[in-house]
Design a protein around this ligand. Structure first.
Ligand code: DOR
Length: 436
């Protein structure tokens, strides 16, 4: 007797899409195929696709420090509402997550409050570089994150010597926000009191991104340390990274794949402001080329909520970042339906590749023995994304009013349904993600 059987779904496995049932017991996938046995619960997946639980490897949930924008409860609720079963959370909270104590504090806070599974990045700095080999191995740590350019919060490593020192300590893949801080500082006067968000990608231009990525690649080779370059935004960076797949994995965000300048700033003003910025159509097309040719490994949302009042301040006082964890799945499924990528490629980038690149234990694949985390989707369902649907404390989305085709119908974690047809079910029961 099984706990759960998902009946007659189109199942997205690492080897392709198959018609199959999936049986679950004690939170694990036990059998995949035609299953005759019965179960306590059966879900009819006829007409639906069963995906491995979607893993969002870049979110900012603001706890501790800025819980008026988001906390671990609301952020993870937003995740499951959008079909995301696991998240990696960033260290630019207040205080910063740069010590074992700060990591333990986040793990304590998440316990019994997180609706999805979770792990936390530790920020790499000049001060903690020598402790990083120990910190990166702690329970609940998904890796080290470094900001090369200043963004929200106070975490910054702007010089090569310090970055090299960080990369020399530890072995896990390091996630990097690559913008060149010295160039950002030199060009900051371009936006002084300008009150025009169209200047955002002018200040933080392509060279700012390219210089940082190039410096980073040199240091990664020198130290033989694998890196994961977050939210790539420009054509030249993408071309360059294509040649360095052995050492560098690559992330893009749904925002950069969906919006482009100047249209996004005309329509959304500072709501479209993020770091690194949304750029012109030419760059947007180059990101899609990176998805098509295999340069891009991961799609992460860079969920970075700020309140509407904060965002409404005149640029450049307005903070950078927009929410995204809840809209990642429907926005990308809509791109699948528009023919921009295949469903299999999407699943590679939000489940199979995160599992491989970060060495996640027992998640990210529909295979016997793996955790029973699933994102079930209806590729035919048509919906409009609205601010009202958002569970994030910030209460808005840059995709308000966007008509999409493709919608998450069930979020299942360890064999328990926590979201069905936009309704939240049960209680917060996310677990700490484990690594190999
Ligand atoms: O736009 C951004 N906002 N980029 C980042 O790197 C940080 C994020 C935030 O935390 O607000």
């Amino acid at each position: 007797m099984y706990d759960l059987i998902l009946k007659n779904g189109q199942v997205v496995t690492p080897d392709g899409i198959i018609s199959a049932d999936i049986a679950v017991k004690d939170g694990k996938i036990i059998e995949i195929g035609t299953i005759a046995s019965s179960a306590t619960e059966e879900i009819d997946c006829n007409g639906l696709h069963v995906l491995p639980g979607v893993i969002d490897t870049q979110v900012h949930f603001r706890e501790p420090g800025n819980t008026h924008k988001e906390d671990l409860d609301s952020g993870t609720l937003s995740a499951i509402a959008g079909g995301v079963t696991s998240i990696f959370e960033m260290p630019n909270t207040n205080p910063l997550t740069t010590t074992a104590e700060a990591l333990t504090d986040k793990l304590d806070r998440a316990k019994d409050r997180a609706w999805c599974n979770y792990a936390f990045f530790v920020g790499g700095t000049k001060e903690n570089a020598e402790q990083l080999p120990t910190l990166e191995k702690l329970k609940g740590c998904c890796g080290i994150k470094v900001f090369m350019g200043s963004s929200t919060g106070n975490l910054l490593t702007e010089d090569d010597a310090t970055l090299q020192h960080i990369l020399e300590h530890g072995i896990r893949r390091v996630a990097i926000h690559a913008e060149d801080e010295p160039r950002l500082k030199r060009r900051a006067k371009l936006v002084d009191d300008c009150n025009d968000v169209h200047q955002h990608p002018v200040w933080r231009d392509e060279a700012t991104a390219f210089n940082a990525t190039s410096r980073l690649l040199r240091l990664a080779y020198r130290t033989e340390r694998p890196i994961h370059v977050l939210h790539i935004t420009s054509a030249k960076e993408m071309e360059n990274l294509k040649e360095h797949k052995k050492i560098a994995s690559v992330e893009v965000t749904p925002q950069h794949l969906t919006l482009h300048a100047p249209d996004c700033y005309d329509r959304l003003g500072t709501l479209a402001q993020m770091n690194p910025p949304i750029r012109s159509k030419e760059h947007h097309d180059a990101l899609w080329e990176g998805v098509a040719n295999g340069t891009v490994d991961i799609i992460g949302s860079d969920h970075a909520p700020h309140t509407i009042d904060e965002k409404n301040q005149p640029y450049p006082k307005s903070p950078s970042g927009m929410p995204g964890v809840q809209t990642l799945v429907p926005v990308m499924l809509s791109h699948v339906n528009l023919g921009h990528l295949s469903l299999e490629r999407f699943v590679d980038m939000v489940a199979h590749n995160p599992q491989k690149l970060y060495g996640i234990k027992n998640k990210g694949r529909i295979e016997t023995g793996y955790d029973a985390d699933f994102t079930i989707v209806d590729m035919n369902a048509k919906h409009t994304i609205t601010n009202e649907w958002m569970k994030s404390k910030c209460g808005w989305t840059p995709f308000d009013g966007l008509k999409v085709q493709g919608w998450p119908t069930h979020t299942i974690i360890a064999g328990h349904t926590v979201m069905h047809n936009d309704e939240i079910i049960g209680k917060a029961s996310g677990q700490v993600i484990e690594f190999q």
